[in-house]
Design a protein around this ligand. Structure first.
Ligand code: UT7
Length: 338
């Protein structure tokens, strides 16, 4: 017998929030720092500028708190009613002591437990499945999921292969138990450990602890083989998105919006071409933020919140270090009210 989906408890997004630093780093600024130019960056990545948290105190935790407070204040959410705070990040404030408990305490989520998710650019997507699992199993009712990264803290600003892409920012989404039929539907995730050869911070972990030599050689900065990452990203985001679309018996026309990780506009275009989704349904803000790692998906949600209508069908997809990847299907739960 067919199950009436409206009777199932789903994890619905009921509010979103965001924070980006005020300081803007433009392509023209980067021209003064490395051998690059605005035309190359825009045509190869789609990025014009990115935000950089120049104040050393403005850490990932700081930005995550700001995004969460933005969400709570704009939507009159009492933080003490939140059951779980998840922070997806690869740039935690400290190597030991996860960032989520700090964020929960700072925002007054006094009844929540909290932990970090480390899945690089897929962190928010993995967090969506985690939040949905806790809610649909009826363990918890309100989960605050934050994607936040201070990428400028791990970037070598003499390396033009990485410094042109990344930026800083944070976004947040509140997932709540809902019985109206809308919310997180399902997802597919994947990974391939070969990825750590192509996208990593080589030293400073338990395998190669940092020392004076590695520090002087800059091995504590993010390192990537961009072309390889590019190919894997398109392949896996396209394949898993297609599977999710098929599993939910959707057509390209029925999809209202694609929320894809913002790493490179060419990766987004190549991925969504495979899906046959019209260009205007593919949301982008990469031109103004660059790649903010775990923050790209929630920053899209915050930027386009006023566009979404109750019942809209959203496909999410992401790819990141590890390698990690996935796609998810979510039906939007509310009409925007100013
Ligand atoms: O979120 C997950 C993490 N990362 C990613 O998803 C990144 C995926 N990769 C990419 O976005 C792209 O590979 C990059 C943007 C990093 C590089 O673009 P590309 O089209 O793959 O360039 P390339 O590395 O193949 O380099 C092409 C040329 C080379 O010159 P030659 O050998 O053709 O003379 C590079 O030296 O462009 C040169 N180049 C640059 N020129 C100006 C590389 N970086 C730059 C630069 N400015 N910043």
């Amino acid at each position: 017998m067919k199950r009436d989906s409206s009777l199932v408890t789903k994890a619905a997004i009921t509010a979103v929030g965001s924070y980006v630093p005020e300081e803007v780093l433009t392509n023209h600024d980067l021209e003064q720092m490395v051998d690059t130019n605005d035309e190359w960056i825009r045509s190869r990545t789609g990025i014009s500028e990115r935000r950089i948290a120049k104040n050393p105190q403005h850490s990932t935790g700081f930005m995550a708190v700001k995004a969460a407070q933005n969400l709570c204040q704009n939507n009159h959410i009492d933080p003490s009613t939140i059951d779980l705070v998840l922070v997806a990040t690869i740039t935690p404030d400290y190597q030991v002591s996860s960032t989520a408990p700090y964020v929960a305490t700072q925002i007054g989520a006094t009844n929540a437990f909290a932990f970090d998710i480390s899945a690089a650019c897929s962190g928010f997507l993995y967090g969506m499945s985690t939040a949905a699992s806790f809610i649909s199993s009826n363990q918890y009712k309100k989960v605050l999921l934050i994607g936040a990264d201070k990428m400028s803290s791990i970037i070598d600003y003499t390396d033009r292969a990485t410094c042109i892409i990344f930026g800083d920012g944070a976004g947040a989404a509140l997932f709540e138990a809902s019985d109206n039929g809308f919310g997180f539907e399902n997802a597919i995730h994947g990974n391939d450990g070969i990825g750590r050869e192509y996208l990593n911070i080589q030293e400073g972990g338990s395998l190669y602890p940092i020392n004076e030599n590695t520090f002087n050689a800059g091995k504590h900065y993010l390192n990537q083989e961009g072309k390889t990452v590019f190919k894997y990203a398109v392949k896996h985001m396209a394949e898993t998105s297609k599977k999710v679309i098929q599993n939910n018996a959707l057509t390209a026309e029925e999809i209202d919006y694609v929320i894809a990780h913002q790493a490179n506009k060419r990766i987004i275009d190549a991925t969504t071409n495979h899906l046959g989704v019209a260009e205007e349904k593919v949301l982008t803000n990469i031109h103004k933020y660059g790649n903010t790692t775990a923050a790209t998906l929630p920053l899209l949600l915050a930027d386009f919140e006023s566009t979404f209508k109750k019942g809209d069908k959203l496909i999410f997809t992401a790819f990141g270090g590890g390698f990690t990847w996935g796609a998810a299907y979510l039906t939007w739960n509310y009409d925007y009210q100013n």
